[in-house]
Design a protein around this ligand. Structure first.
Ligand code: BES
Ligand code: ZN
Length: 631
């Protein structure tokens, strides 16, 4: 059944097919406009010795209306070793078919532009499927260097006895472990059978099916159509703690108690979003705490958020990350950016929802402090990036989508939505958002789709309020349009005064009223100090508050930045231990970046990095290599 919506889109059973070239996904080599994959069934063995996944991916697909006969099926791959491909109508009747991987058999002298494209996007797998075929089975193995996979030897885990594997598919890494149409506009359901060594447990971004008698393999099913970047797998020595009937946390046994205590508010967070923006549609919501080399803070894999252990502060002060990944269950997983140009639709909406959750669950003070810190980061990023990268609807042609992963889509996106909220009032904006999630549920949409919907559902209803908004500037122009509501925090105002008084010598460190300060107030305090701080001031703070020894990762990072800048030697060892034990890119990049500012710092950065590199995830390695020029 085909339905025409707007002027340029065809919806076929929940799939949105952009027909305007501007809306095409430039980061996939697949051909979903002609033949579209709708389901993936994996049967994979996890081989820790070889650092390899081996097995099959069986894909169900269908020809789009008007697709001429003889058209092959094009998939994305990266470094996959393809052994065999079979196609047919049923699994019982698959016959081997011809396939082409990349430029096999093509001109041996290939232009540099080709090679660059391959480095960026991987290798196209072209399968010559018969016209009547609806299924194809690819037998393959992954490369040990697969960009989505991190294989950890036992010493890199908390328990030190068992190895660990986890995937990170966003943005375009799913293709390095599964041959598929790796575009967020191509939604698929999936099933998986995962064969793991004795004693290890596999978890995925899906429902786990009950075990089969006498079989040790784990089976999973995701019945809702998701974009491929949300397929996720982790294997390790994992324990589980329940948090509520539908929430819980997985972590290594020695970490799971801390995780369960940190995440107690998860159910309350889900209820907060449900009340305002509609039901949680994914059944369970669990959190998996990964080993410290996980390159991100969190990843919103459906039903199972992946999280860095660096948010386990002990005082629940960093759980806005949980709010964030949970919010993606609406913005991102339910309504998805159709291309990586539209990434702000995922992240800007999510930061907006994150702050609303924090406000509901922890109060407006905390939400305000996080908004102030967020805007500060945004201003720093705007100052650091060229105009073309400051645009929400960013041009990513010939670029790695990772390059669009700055604070800009997050914070500028959220600020745009806050500005709309202020123009129309919270009540109307909440109703708009709720309807938006219903309207586009399980679809992948572009910025243009959002603009049309905003115009029709909100702006047209109140031209006076709409006149206050410059949508064009917010979405398509660099910088920050004037007239947005600047967040302020009264608690921060108190801290700012304290910082000034201490700096001017009016009060000594021991008299600072820090007893009730949250992580946020500490961060604000440190950020309120001048970039250059004399050694005795650094020492006085450290003596009074033991900042070099703090266990809070955010405060540690802020303190270490100051230590590098001010050549504060007593923190040297901590800097090295931090950089060699934590692989979260958000922490690494500013610290290496700060070191790189001086010749002596650069030498140190390279020495530390030489030790740390084997421990980092391929995604972090890529970034740090680029920063330090160590590739
Ligand atoms: N989806 C992102 C992580 C991501 C984005 C991975 C793009 C790969 C490519 C996730 O939801 C996220 O934004 N994580 C943040 C934490 C959040 C609290 C801002 C992070 O990891 O820093
Ligand atoms: Zn996010």
């Amino acid at each position: 059944m085909l339905v025409l919506i707007g002027f340029d889109q065809v919806v076929d059973a929940g799939q949105v097919v952009p027909s305007r070239p501007a809306d095409r996904d430039l980061h996939s080599l697949g051909n979903p406009e002609q033949i579209r994959v709708s389901r993936v069934e994996l049967d994979l063995s996890v081989d820790f010795a070889k650092k390899e996944l081996q097995g099959t991916a069986t894909l169900a697909f269908r020809r789009m209306p008007g697709c001429p006969s003889g058209i092959p099926l094009d998939l994305d791959t990266r470094e996959l070793k393809i052994e065999r491909v079979a196609a047919g109508v049923t699994d019982e009747a698959l016959t081997e078919v011809r396939f082409e991987l990349g430029h096999e058999g093509a001109d041996p002298v290939r232009p540099e532009s080709d090679l660059k494209r391959e480095r960026l996007l991987g290798t196209r797998l072209r399968i010559f499927v018969p016209d009547d075929a609806t299924r194809v089975r690819v037998t393959y193995r992954t490369a040990p260097t697969a960009s989505a996979l991190q294989w950890l030897d036992p010493p890199r885990t908390a328990g030190r006895k068992q190895p660990f594997l986890f995937t990170q598919s966003e943005a375009i890494h799913a293709r390095s472990w599964i041959p598929l149409q790796d575009s967020p506009g191509v939604r698929i359901t999936y099933a998986a059978t995962i064969r793991v060594p004795e004693g290890l447990r596999a978890v995925m971004s899906a429902d786990q099916l009950p075990g089969r008698e006498g079989q040790s393999d784990a089976r999973f099913e995701m019945t809702q159509p998701i974009p491929p970047y949300l397929i996720a797998l982790a294997v390790g020595d994992l324990a589980f703690r329940s948090l509520s009937p539908r929430t819980g946390t997985y972590a290594e046994p020695s970490v799971v108690a801390a995780a369960a205590s940190e995440f107690v508010d998860t159910e309350a967070m889900i209820k907060a979003v449900e009340t305002r923006f509609g039901p949680y549609r994914w059944g369970r919501y669990d959190l998996l705490v990964l080993p410290p080399s996980f390159p991100f803070g969190g990843m919103e894999n459906p039903k199972l958020t992946f999280a860095t252990p660096t948010i386990l502060a002990g005082d629940r002060s960093l759980v806005s990350l949980v709010a964030h990944e949970l919010a993606h269950s609406w913005s991102g997983n339910l309504v998805t950016n159709a291309t990586w140009r539209d990434f702000w639709l995922n992240e800007g909406f999510t930061v907006y929802l994150e702050r609303r959750i924090v406000e509901d669950v922890f109060g407006p003070d905390r939400a305000a402090m996080e908004a102030v810190l967020g805007l500060r980061e945004l201003r720093e990023e705007l100052a650091a990036f060229p105009p073309r990268d400051q645009v929400l609807h960013i041009d990513l042609a010939d670029r790695d989508p990772d390059e669009g992963m700055t604070r800009i889509p997050y914070e500028k996106g959220a600020l745009f939505l806050t500005t709309i909220e202020h123009a129309f009032g919270r009540e109307r904006f909440d109703a708009f958002l709720r309807a938006y999630f219903d309207h586009f549920a399980f679809q992948s949409i572009t910025t243009a789709d959002f603009e049309r919907y905003l115009q029709a559902q909100l702006l047209d209803s109140d031209p006076a309020a709409a006149a206050k908004l410059n949508v064009q500037a917010w979405l398509h122009e660099p910088g920050l349009p004037p007239g947005f509501p600047e967040p302020t925090s009264t608690r921060f105002a108190v801290v700012t005064t304290a910082a000034r008084d201490w700096l001017e010598g009016k009060i000594p460190a021991e008299q600072l009223a820090t007893r009730d300060w949250s992580t946020h107030e500490w961060l604000h305090f440190l950020q309120a100090l001048p970039l250059e701080l004399p050694p005795e001031k650094m020492a006085a703070l450290d003596k009074e508050f033991a900042l070099t020894g703090t266990g809070n990762s955010e405060i540690t990072q802020q303190w270490l930045l100051m230590a590098i800048r001010n050549h504060y030697a007593p923190a040297d060892a901590r800097l090295e231990s931090f950089l060699t034990s934590i692989g979260r890119r958000k922490f690494l990049m500013p610290l290496y970046g700060e070191l790189k500012k001086t010749a002596e710092g650069t030498t140190r950065a390279k020495a530390i990095y030489a030790k740390a590199r084997p421990f980092y995830h391929p995604i972090a390695v890529e970034s740090v290599d680029r920063l330090l020029g160590t590739k």
